[in-house]
Design a protein around this ligand. Structure first.
Ligand code: FES
Length: 327
């Protein structure tokens, strides 16, 4: 899944070689990435993504869609979006087998629940199926019960059909094609209606798909809902940004954050080296502990429990007393 567009630097950089490029569906290619010397790659868990350095200062995030038990390769899949922000176009049109790419180590903000989950309901829209591919492997290794509903416009735009077919035959995967009209596709509300304790749902897809799913899980306990966005959800047009202050707990410095700047901007201007990727609240890279103050969270990564301790400083703002950061 293409999660993000960012301008930061890939951390824990790994050099990988493009070992194969496959066509998975119309406008969707997979890229198999391996260590140039054949060494094992850092392990990952289902739902993880890597940052791919597309060009200087340009990172994109892609979910790993191979079996997490594999250590000899990473597989990512990329939807060609000619009108997008450039990453997919470069990968589709210029990257060749044998090229070297720089990527980050895997990070996971979309992990599967543990043994407390008795049933895993996976909902994928379009290229949002990529993290689900790894999830199915991990769930099968655990002998855990799951279903995947995979929604696409038409069969030609449905990726990984060869890997999905045995699971379709086994009744584990259901495909839904809407021909471009969401009312003709999966009834998301009905699919997510019957919550029972032990169920966990995982949702990944384009903005309309995500908002339909999030509307449908209103009655679910937050800990049972897992989601990953391609891009930040639509912002509240009514929201007004006001200036506020942050205090750095280690130095005691108090810094002003103007209405038109982010906390990250201000910290960098004061010489701090802050790692970011999406700079839009949905990748999790800039997660920072806070020790006081009242953050106004604007991310899509943290759950209510996390929000008591952490803040995404690329997008969060604050009200009242200075926000005290553990920096
Ligand atoms: S940089 Fe992505 S959440 Fe902050």
């Amino acid at each position: 899944m293409p999660v993000a567009a960012g301008t930061g630097t890939a951390d824990a950089a790994l050099k990988v070689r493009v070992n194969a490029i496959g066509r998975e569906a119309d406008e969707i290619c997979s890229f198999e990435l391996v260590d140039p010397d054949g060494a094992p790659l850092p392990s990952f868990s289902a739902g993880a993504h890597v940052d791919v350095r597309i060009a200087d200062g340009l990172l994109r995030q892609y979910s790993l869609c191979n079996d997490p038990s594999e250590t000899h390769r990473y597989l990512i899949a990329v939807l060609h979006e000619p009108d997008g922000r450039g990453g997919s176009k470069i990968l589709h049109e210029t990257v060749k087998v044998g090229d070297t790419l720089t990527i980050s180590s895997p990070r996971n903000h979309f992990a599967l629940a543990g043994r407390e989950a008795s049933f895993h309901l996976l909902l994928a829209g379009g290229i949002g199926v990529t993290p689900m591919m790894a999830m199915m492997h991990e769930l099968e290794d655990r002998a855990a019960d799951y279903r995947l509903h995979y929604c696409t416009r038409e069969p030609g735009k449905t990726a990984f059909l060869d890997r999905l077919q045995p699971r379709i035959d086994a009744g584990k995967v259901m495909l839904h094609h809407d021909g471009g009209d969401p009312t003709q596709g999966l009834d998301i509300r009905a699919t997510l209606a019957p919550f029972t304790p032990g169920m966990h749902c995982y949702v990944c897809g384009p903005p309309g798909f995500m908002s339909a799913a999030m509307d449908a899980v209103g009655a679910w306990p937050p800990h049972a809902v897992h989601r990953e966005y391609f891009t930040s959800p639509e912002q509240d047009e009514e929201r007004v940004d006001a200036p506020f202050q942050v205090r750095l707990s280690r130095s005691g410095h108090v810094l002003d954050v103007p209405a038109d700047r982010s906390i990250v901007d201000v910290l960098r201007a004061h010489g701090l080296d802050i790692e970011t990727s999406c700079e839009d609240g949905y990748c999790g890279t800039c997660m920072t502990r806070y020790l006081g103050g009242e953050p106004e969270h604007r991310d899509t990564v943290l759950d209510d429990g996390d929000r008591k301790k952490y803040v995404m400083i690329c997008c969060a703002r604050a009200t009242g007393a200075p926000l005290v950061l553990d920096l």
